[in-house]
Design a binder for this molecule. Structure first.
Ligand SMILES: CCCC(=O)OC[C@@H](COP(=O)(O)O[C@@H]1[C@H](O)[C@H](OP(=O)(O)O)[C@@H](O)[C@H](O)[C@H]1O)OC(=O)CCC
Length: 540
């Protein structure tokens, strides 16, 4: 029987449990008998080859992907494979393993899964720390993914500082806004004291700061959270003056557009919690649009339905209806349409846009990052996309730890939501409409999603830049970009032209439901009947 598991152990990866008499109840091939290994990083199953020419069934799951582990059956269960463990994953899979009742092999497997998949719930540490500590030589040939994003360098690339915009380190101790980065770009007309006052009028102090500037026209995209208008309709002269500074910093236009990502009903409902939106009579020369993107609870439920429809399979006759009923593609279309509207304002009208939602760390990040990707070909290169994620998602405080639930067993936490996954899905949708516009390929996007969950790298850990600095992730964990950039060839798109024709500088994808389709390469990759083997199918 197999003793040496044929996967290559990662630095810091150690066996926790091994069982040789386990049955994996494969939804596609039926029950297969084999060996199960649990380490502090993964669950690995490999079937014993019945006939030597038959390829083994392999299941190789990073424990970070596990959302929930349940025991099925009890001592009295008599049905075939009715006694064992069911594992519910964040990447659309459910895995069932059957054990023999008599030797209690289930108990240690269950315990080892719990303590290693949810280390934070058992006062342990995420694997990323053990992995980096054991990572003797910086195996990536000197590549340091943590050096990919340097905020002042990225601002210089955008042309900041200039006559209208300055960089400020007012927040370098994260004292003004603990969920914002240390470095901001703001209109020169706004002093540091003025910025402090404006922050008081924005939810969680997330005042409007620069995301992107068109180097040619100086039209800008700024981002923030909702104003603290409340039911009483409070105003704040500093906040109002600040938005006019943002508008005046763009000589091309005497208007400013606010894109509120929410359905107007939710924006109004937020007044009940002290939030709300900018009224056009308080904010001169400002037009406000609502983009109808629903909140994190709606998106969590939508993805749950996608999983229900896709795993393990859906017969063709019900497929389209099942997918339509999830509303997932309607939500993706909404995000795409919102980004296209921002592109139109900034590029076609040379009007500056302020993007916000309620907290300004979920839908706002989706919209600024996606519109910047459409506007600026730099973000469509491998390195530029890595910078975009570091800047608009990580440094601006998208709560990755909470939205993914890294290392904790609170699988029904209402703060979990696939917001970042929706962004990557939206990028994939655009790549399907512009095949040669991206330096990276689908495997690059799927690898990012895999390591959103895996906890092998430090990149997606914690909720804010301040927390990452406090945890010293740059020294205690490895960056995902080190891993990717040290074997770049497998992530490159062969269709990408070595130069960018002027015409493709700005992408305007069609954002209609007809042009948006389910990303089967991600959501159905475990079903061998539905997709190519390169993304894990052979590992079902
Ligand atoms: C009458 C009571 C009013 C009330 O509770 O307001 C609270 C809002 C919650 O506001 P919503 O915007 O609907 O929902 C919020 C957004 O999804 C926000 O993300 P983002 O960064 O994208 O803004 C999350 O960070 C918040 O956790 C979530 O609560 O709830 C609603 O508006 C639901 C209405 C259908």
């Amino acid at each position: 029987v197999l003793r040496d598991t044929p996967f290559s152990y990662l630095d810091g990866e150690e066996d926790q449990d091994q069982k040789n008499d386990v049955t994996y109840v494969c939804p596609y091939r039926g029950p297969v008998f084999g060996a199960l290994t649990i380490t502090n990083f993964r669950l690995y199953f490999r079937s014993l080859p019945l006939r030597d020419q038959e390829p083994p069934v392999v299941v190789d799951v990073p424990l970070g992907v596990i959302a929930r582990v349940e025991k099925i059956g009890g001592a009295t269960s008599r049905g075939e494979n009715s006694y064992g463990i069911e594992i519910f994953c964040k990447d659309m899979r459910n895995l069932r393993f059957a054990h023999k009742q008599q030797n209690h092999s289930r108990r240690t497997v269950f315990e080892k899964l719990q303590t290693n998949a949810f280390p934070l719930s058992y006062s342990g540490r995420l694997f990323a720390f053990a992995h980096a500590a054991a990572n003797s030589v910086n195996g990536s040939g000197g590549w340091n993914g943590w050096a990919v994003f340097e905020p002042l360098a990225e601002l210089r690339r955008l042309g900041v500082p200039n006559d209208m915009w300055r960089a400020t380190k007012l927040n370098e101790c994260y004292a003004i806004c603990d969920s914002y980065p240390a470095v901001w770009a703001v209109p020169k007309a706004a002093s540091d004291d003025f910025l402090r006052r404006v922050a008081q009028f924005r939810s969680r102090c997330r005042l409007p700061v620069l995301s992107w500037m068109n180097p040619r026209t100086q039209a800008t995209i700024t981002r923030c959270s909702q104003p603290l208008v409340g039911v009483g309709g409070k105003r704040n002269s500093d906040d109002e003056a600040y938005l006019s500074f943002i508008m005046e910093a763009n000589a091309q236009s005497d208007k400013l557009t606010i894109m509120d990502a929410r359905p107007s009903a939710n924006a109004i409902a937020n007044k009940a919690k002290g939030g709300g939106y900018e009224s056009e009579d308080a904010y001169k020369n400002v037009e406000i649009n609502f983009l109808d993107i629903h909140n994190i609870h709606v998106m969590r439920e939508s993805l749950r339905k996608v999983k229900e429809a896709c795993f393990p399979t859906t017969d063709d006759s019900k497929w389209q209806t099942a997918i339509d009923n999830t509303l997932w593609l309607k939500h993706i279309r909404c995000i795409l349409a919102g980004a296209v509207r921002i592109v139109d304002k900034v590029e076609t009208m040379s009007t500056s846009v302020v993007v916000h939602c309620s907290d300004g760390w979920d839908r706002t990040a989706q919209l600024t990052a996606l519109s910047m990707l459409l506007l600026d070909p730099y973000y469509r290169t491998v390195r530029g996309f890595e910078v975009l994620i570091e800047k608009e998602w990580l440094s601006f405080g998208h709560k990755f730890q909470q939205r993914v639930g890294h290392g904790d067993n609170k699988h029904s936490d209402a703060d979990r939501s696939p917001v970042f996954l929706q962004f990557i899905d939206s990028v994939w949708q655009v790549s399907q409409q512009f095949h040669n516009a991206f330096e990276f390929n689908e495997h690059f996007l799927i690898t990012i999603v895999d390591h959103l969950y895996s906890c092998r790298f430090g990149t997606f850990l914690c909720n804010t830049e301040a927390e990452r600095v406090a945890e010293d992730l740059k020294h205690k964990t490895t960056s995902l970009w080190t891993h990717i950039n040290s074997s770049l060839d497998q992530y490159l798109n062969p269709l990408f032209p070595s130069f960018t024709h002027g015409a493709e500088l700005v992408l305007r994808p069609i954002a209609s439901v007809r042009s948006v389709r389910l990303w089967k390469g991600l959501y159905c990759r475990w079903n061998p009947g539905l997709c190519a083997p390169q993304h894990g199918c052979q590992r079902t």
